[in-house]
Design a protein around this ligand. Structure first.
Ligand SMILES: Nc1ncnc2c1ncn2[C@@H]1O[C@H](COP(=O)(O)OP(=O)(O)OP(=O)(O)O)[C@@H](O)[C@H]1O
Ligand SMILES: [Mg+2]
Length: 1137
């Protein structure tokens, strides 16, 4: 369950000043002090937050705290700046109301810190995402940049903002930040050239000199030593706890995050360096002929360096420090500047340079952080502006600042009253007019366009003639004398003539927050804010983009004789814009107060705080807030808080909350004028009524606590008792059981013992009886035994005698019988022997007869069957063995298994033949047509030559290829091939034997279907072509040679040249082919093949005998042919041995 808390819980003092009772300045201060001492630095006045500067870091800004205050109602938790930030953010996000957070307070009161806390809270609770985080980061990082250039150490604050800042943060409809716009107000530029004792110039000067690298400083022509620069005060150049060098790095990093380009950063640093250099330029007087002094630059080095930095022509600037051109209508008059005027011009330039640079920075940051989306956005403005300033010596700046605060007070009153009134109307409460002080009259005194102080100052500044601060004061004395809030010694109003606290050169204004005395000196000058035109023109001529941009009025194209608007006028205009802007938004106020002047965390200087309470108008604030009803609360939380005060509403009220509150109030008898019922809230007029309710609640809570305690304790004790009682019963039951068990076991044991004793005794008694009985029985038995023994023995003796007599008779009888039996046995045996011999002889005779019969029968039938069977078995076995050992299917395989029985000789040989024939058939069946032809040819060869010519066996393995010369393909024989028009069946090289010397010469031998052709081996020319029909026969030897003679038919046309004696290794193939061709010829007369070792050959007219003889074996197998005589050619064939 969510724990409902309230601002009213655990209050130190009162958390809301509206509830202060009685309300007085003292009680107000007392409450602040009490809370400050308990580290409660935040206190409310209604919805306004008073923030006390704790001057130390408190653990109240942690992420856990952010979560605690997130989405909680404003009055739900103890006062905190986060509650205000959350309220503002939620009504912006959820109710679409633009918000502004106005933070005021005097220097060092913690305004800037407060604004940063608000921004960081909003950043923590709003949406997340890469783009949103970047926007948040840029918005947050704009702070360090502006603080470096716009903050300085003062006696009141080490990090005092020397400008007013208003920042609009823009959100989308979801509440995610989109961007922002910053406006700056009135930078305290006089600080650039002069700082009060104990104070410093703006932080950036010190940060640059401490933190920049040597290289950067060299580029900027700067020295790290502060003392070298006139514009830097030395007495408090370093601030304790502030690391300028580290801050410089932070600033550079922040500039990068915000989106400054590197060259922009460099330009900015150059301008800062130029201001330092400017401060070092000094002047000396130079007398002129007209007796007047004219200023001259003393040491030109700094001037030169500054001009180099900014790209300005040195002579132009130097002249601008010595002369001043005044333009009136069309005339230009140049007057010289004396040394004082030159210093004034220098400082004016430095101040302008710096303040314009600052404004440029704000513009540049705005460029980076401006919202990209064009959609309508919600806005939260945060105003961190100087609070009321009342010093001993107040000048133009204080006047302007206090004017701004008057305006803020005015809209505060307006908006607070308006809001109050709106709430009353919303809630239907009657509106009673509230008396309050309206400071519009003071604002009018200052800003009235006709006779307001600012208008008169402007009038005075623009007036021709001598204008001094005194003339201005005179004017004021004249015109404002009647005003009730204006006081002056010299005014016509005689009331102040004797008031010595009011010097003659001063005027005093009664501001809403108190009286302030202003010294008129410097008003005119500061309002004029004059920069000689020569200087702005010199700046415009600079060869430096940023400088040119900062001094647009120096442009010759823009020569404007009209005076620029005065500082007062500009400020009034920007305050007017700001006020209009704020009026459109829902205001949230943070009033910062500093507890002491010593920056100490423990001192509460009442006078100082009282002073601030007064000029912040806080009492006024409380009064306005309390004018109607001091306290209001919605019905539900109100009923929830006080329901225990009435029996009817406690503990639960069933009806509507408002009814419950009404019942409650009437039950408590609160006077009717003390409260009013709104539509959703109850309004309580006086805080004391609220405290009455609170006190009753406190008491009631105590009673309730006691009651709860009582009931709880009772309940706890009862529970304890019941528990113990229950335990006791259990323990007792267990114990009883245990005791009974023990007792039972004891009795059981005793019984067993007694039982055993009794049984033992009984047993022993029985045993004794049994033993006695047994002994008696044994004694009787023994006596009987003895008696029976005696009797038996007597009888035995008698019987023995009797048996002995009987056995003698039996033995004699038995002997007799035995003798008789043996005799008879012998007789019987004899008879049996005789009988057995007869049957044996008979059986032998019968057996012989039967065997003889059987033998006859066996021989006739069984012998034949056995024989047949045996033979069948043998043949079967033979066949099976043969099947197992069959030789391979190769027809040339000669092997054959050996025969097992000689009687199978014929069958065995026949089977071998059949098998061979069968496998040859198988083999043949595989032949292709070509192969068949080859084998037919081979068969033919074997028929012709087998066992007839010794050369034959070597030819068996040769394949008959026919065309050995590949005559078709070989291009060498192309001519020859074309000469033979038929298909060549054989082509080979042969030797033609010369009959003259028997030597062979190579010839191409071609065989076609019809003829034999011999051609020259080299030229391929046909030498002879013999038609096959002309061939009569062929002669070959029986030997291992290749000679063969082609014999021609006598009378044929080819026979003219005679027969041919040729030699070829392929003789067998040639002759076979010739033979087969002749057999297929038309007349089918097969060629006669003559095989003999001597044959005749017809060479032309001679017949020569060719004779083959066996020669000795030689190397090389060739046979040699020699002519022996005219009629004999001898061929010697080497023997093959
Ligand atoms: N809530 C806070 N917690 C801790 N320290 C704080 C807090 N608020 C302010 N301070 C301290 O007070 C110093 C001054 O605060 P800050 O700069 O916000 O004052 P200021 O009101 O802006 O003054 P000025 O008008 O001079 O700019 C801070 O530097 C810081 O040390
Ligand atoms: Mg500040």
């Amino acid at each position: 369950m969510e724990v409902k808390t309230s601002l009213l819980d655990n209050m130190i003092g009162v958390g809301d000043m509206v509830l202060l009772e009685p309300l007085s300045e003292d009680s107000f201060l007392e409450n602040l002090k009490k809370r400050f001492e308990h580290n409660e630095i935040y206190t409310y006045i209604g919805s306004v937050v008073i923030s006390m500067n704790p001057y130390r870091s408190l653990p109240i800004y942690t992420p856990e705290k952010v979560e605690e205050y997130r989405n909680r109602n404003f009055y739900e938790l103890s006062p905190h700046i986060y509650a205000l930030a959350d309220e503002a953010y939620r009504s912006l996000r959820d109710q679409d109301k633009d918000q502004c957070i106005l933070i005021t307070g005097e220097s060092g009161a913690g305004k800037t810190e407060a604004s940063k806390l608000v921004m960081s809270y909003v950043a923590a609770v709003c949406g997340k995402g890469q783009e949103v985080n970047k926007v948040k980061e840029q918005l947050l990082q704009s702070n360090p940049v502006l603080e470096a250039f716009g903050n300085a150490k003062t006696v009141r604050n080490d990090n005092s903002s020397r400008f007013g800042k208003y920042m609009d943060i823009e959100f989308d409809f979801k509440g995610d930040p989109l961007g922002g716009v910053i406006s700056n107000y009135l930078l305290e530029k006089s600080r650039v050239v002069k700082q009060p004792r104990g104070e410093r110039n703006f932080h950036i000067f010190y940060q640059l000199l401490s933190g920049a690298s040597d290289e950067t400083l060299k580029k900027l022509k700067l020295d790290r030593d502060f003392s070298k620069y006139n514009y830097l005060s030395l007495d408090s150049a370093s601030v304790s706890g502030v690391d300028d060098a580290a801050n410089f790095r932070t600033v550079r990093n922040a500039m990068q995050i915000v989106g400054f380009m590197e060259d922009e950063v460099q330009s900015v640093l150059q301008l800062v360096a130029a201001v330092l250099k400017l401060g070092n330029i000094e002047f000396k007087p130079e007398s002129r002929s007209n007796g007047l002094d004219e200023s001259r630059v003393k040491d030109k080095n700094d001037l030169k360096e500054m001009c180099e930095l900014l790209g300005i022509e040195q002579s132009v600037l130097e002249r601008a420090f010595s002369y001043r051109t005044v333009e009136a209508k069309s005339e230009k008059v140049s007057t010289t500047l004396n040394v004082a005027q030159a210093y004034y011009a220098r400082d004016a330039l430095a101040k302008n340079l710096y303040s314009r640079l600052f404004s440029w920075l704000v513009t540049r940051i705005n460029e980076s952080i401006k919202a990209q989306a064009k959609t309508r956005h919600k806005v939260m403005g945060v105003l961190d502006i100087y609070g009321f300033e009342i010093f001993e010596d107040n000048s133009f700046e204080q006047f302007i600042i206090n004017y701004c605060n008057e305006k803020l007070q005015q809209i505060f009153i307006e908006l607070t009253l308006r809001e109050e009134q709106e709430e009353y109307i919303r809630e239907g409460i009657e509106w009673t007019n509230i008396e309050y002080f309206n400071n519009a009259v003071i604002c009018d005194l200052i800003e009235n366009n006709k006779n307001g102080i600012l208008a008169m100052l402007d009038e005075e500044c623009l007036r021709p003639g001598t204008v001094t601060d005194e003339t201005f004061l005179d004017k004021l004395n004249m015109i404002c004398a009647q005003h009730q809030h204006f006081e002056s010694r010299l005014s016509k109003n005689s009331k102040f003539l004797t008031d010595h606290s009011l010097p003659h050169n001063c005027f005093r204004i009664q501001h809403y927050a108190g009286k302030v005395l202003y010294r008129a000196e410097g008003f005119v000058d500061k309002n004029n804010d004059l920069l000689y035109r020569d200087l702005s023109q010199a700046m415009y001529k600079a060869n430096h983009g940023l400088i040119k941009q900062l001094f647009p009025e120096g442009s010759p194209a823009k020569i404007n004789l009209k005076r620029p608007p005065t500082a007062g006028y500009q400020f009034k205009a920007s305050v007017g814009t700001l006020m209009r802007n704020l009026q459109t938004k829902n205001p949230n106020y943070i009033r910062c107060i500093k507890p002491n002047d010593k920056k100490s965390s423990h001192i509460f200087t009442e006078s100082l705080v009282c002073h601030q309470v007064r000029y912040l108008g806080l009492m006024e604030n409380v009064r306005v807030r309390r004018a109607g009803y001091a306290f209001r609360q919605a019905y539900e939380p109100c009923l929830e808080r006080y329901k225990m005060l009435c029996k009817k509403t406690w503990p639960h009220w069933k009806g509507p909350a408002r009814k419950g509150v009404e019942v409650l109030m009437s039950d408590l008898k609160v006077p009717a004028e003390e409260y009013a019922y709104g539509r959703s809230k109850i309004f309580i007029r006086n805080p004391k009524t609220l405290f009455f309710l609170e006190e009753r609640r406190r008491q009631c809570l105590q009673d309730l606590a006691t009651l709860i305690q009582k009931i709880y304790r009772g309940w706890k004790c009862r529970r304890q008792f019941l528990l113990m009682k229950k335990s006791q019963v259990v323990v007792a039951a267990w114990y009883r059981r245990y005791a009974q068990q023990k007792k039972y076991l004891k009795i059981k044991h005793a019984t067993t013992v007694m039982q055993s004793f009794a049984r033992g005794w009984q047993a022993r008694k029985l045993l004794r009886q049994l033993k006695h009985q047994k002994r008696c029985e044994e004694a009787a038995t023994t006596i009987a035994a003895y008696w029976h023994g005696t009797q038996a023995r007597t009888e035995l003796r008698r019987l023995k005698q009797e048996v002995r007599n009987k056995r003698a008779v039996t033995v004699i009888w038995a002997f007799w019988q035995g003798t008789k039996a043996r005799r008879e046995l012998r007789q019987l045996k004899e008879a049996a022997r005789n009988k057995h011999a007869v049957s044996v002889i008979w059986a032998g005779w019968q057996g012989t007869k039967v065997r003889r019969e059987y033998r006859k029968f066996f021989r006739a039938n069984a012998g034949k069957k056995i024989y047949n069977f045996t033979v069948q078995r043998i043949i079967q076995k033979y066949f099976l063995n043969l099947k197992k050992n069959l030789p391979s299917m190769s027809p040339v395989d000669k092997s054959w298994p050996s025969r097992p029985y000689s009687f199978l000789d014929g069958v065995h040989a026949e089977l071998r033949r059949i098998f061979h024939l069968w496998r040859c058939k198988k083999y043949r069946s595989q032949f292709t047509e070509e192969k068949k032809a080859v084998y037919e040819e081979k068969l033919e060869a074997s028929t012709l030559f087998k066992d007839k010519k010794a050369l034959y066996p070597s030819s068996v393995s040769q394949s008959f290829k026919g065309d050995y010369l590949e005559i078709n393909k070989n291009p060498k024989y192309q001519k020859l091939h074309s000469a033979v028009d038929e298909k060549v069946l054989l082509a080979d090289t042969v030797s033609k034997i010369n009959r003259a010397n028997g030597k062979g010469s190579p010839r191409i031998f071609l065989l076609t279907k019809k003829s034999v052709v011999l051609a020259d081996q080299k030229s391929g020319q046909v030498k002879a072509s013999v038609p096959l029909l002309d061939l009569a026969s062929v002669s070959v030897s029986t030997q291992n040679d290749g000679f063969f003679a082609l014999k021609l038919k006598e009378g044929s046309s080819s026979a003219v040249k005679g027969d041919f004696l040729l030699s070829s290794e392929r003789l067998i193939e040639i002759i076979t082919k010739l033979y087969r061709l002749s057999a297929t010829n038309a007349d089918r007369v097969p060629l006669n093949v003559d095989i003999s070792d001597e044959f005749l050959v017809q060479f032309k007219n001679d017949k020569v005998c060719v004779k083959f003889i066996q020669g000795s074996p030689r190397n090389g197998s060739g046979a040699s042919c020699k002519r022996k005589n005219n009629r004999l050619l001898e061929v010697s064939v080497p023997s093959t041995a």
